[in-house]
Design a protein around this ligand. Structure first.
Ligand code: SAH
Length: 205
């Protein structure tokens, strides 16, 4: 794997990635490409992020063994599975029920028992389980959703891809400070859009 060469230094993140069999999270037709450093299609017209982006976002999220983490956009479940090895508990929301059901089967097969899942619109967050020490959004939004900012704990960190002009997005890290929020721009990225409401069966997007 080339993650080290690409500058991923956090050994806990590298180990969590090594322990998570990416081939279980991709479609059978793409299994031979599972570790290629590229995004791959999954069901419902969505994608699993390339390994480097998963590693980078995980590193920038500064997860600790006591962290309670919210993920918006479960997709294949791969990012959640990596986070589950680093955090105390992961709460993950997906708007497509079919994707979530598949992801849940993978979590069970890997005996990852510290992941809670829900079908829903991530714009609303997960109020009953808030506040979260860490929030990771894996679909692109125009602005950080207000409910997610509300549900970020004091000193909490959120990593989210935000629209930055036509066809451009940048990964942004938001920290909750005693006086409000601070923002840092990280790297340019490309994610599928964060959509409103829950997905309809058989429909892409
Ligand atoms: N983290 C995933 C990749 C996510 S792709 C992985 O590791 O495989 C983005 C996902 O976000 C898609 O599955 C899409 O259906 C979902 N999504 C988009 N908008 C959403 C929303 N408002 N709430 C919840 N999930 C959303």
């Amino acid at each position: 794997m080339t993650l080290r060469r690409h500058g991923i230094r956090d050994t806990r993140v590298l180990q969590a990635m090594e322990e998570t069999p990416r081939e279980m999270f991709v479609e059978a037709a793409f299994r031979d490409q599972a570790w290629a450093d590229t995004a791959l299609p999954i069901a419902c017209g969505q994608t699993i992020s390339q390994p480097y982006i998963v590693a980078y976002m995980t590193e920038q999220l500064e997860v600790t063994p006591t962290s309670r983490v919210l993920e918006v956009g479960t997709g294949s479940g791969y990012q959640a599975a990596v986070l589950a090895r680093l955090a105390r508990r992961v709460y993950t929301i997906e708007r497509h029920r079919d994707l979530l059901e598949q992801a849940k089967r993978r979590f069970a097969a890997l005996r990852l028992s510290n992941i809670e899942t829900r079908v829903g619109d991530g714009h609303r967050g997960w109020p009953e389980a808030a506040p979260f020490d860490r929030i990771i959004v894996t679909a692109a939004a125009a602005h950080p959703p207000a409910a997610l900012l509300d549900q970020l704990a004091e000193d909490g960190v959120m990593v989210i891809p935000l629209d930055a002009g036509a066809m451009h997005q940048e990964l942004v890290r938001i920290r909750r400070t005693p006086g409000g929020f601070s923002r840092e721009r990280l790297i340019p990225v490309r994610f599928v859009p964060m959509l409103k409401g829950v997905g309809r069966r058989g429909k892409r997007g």
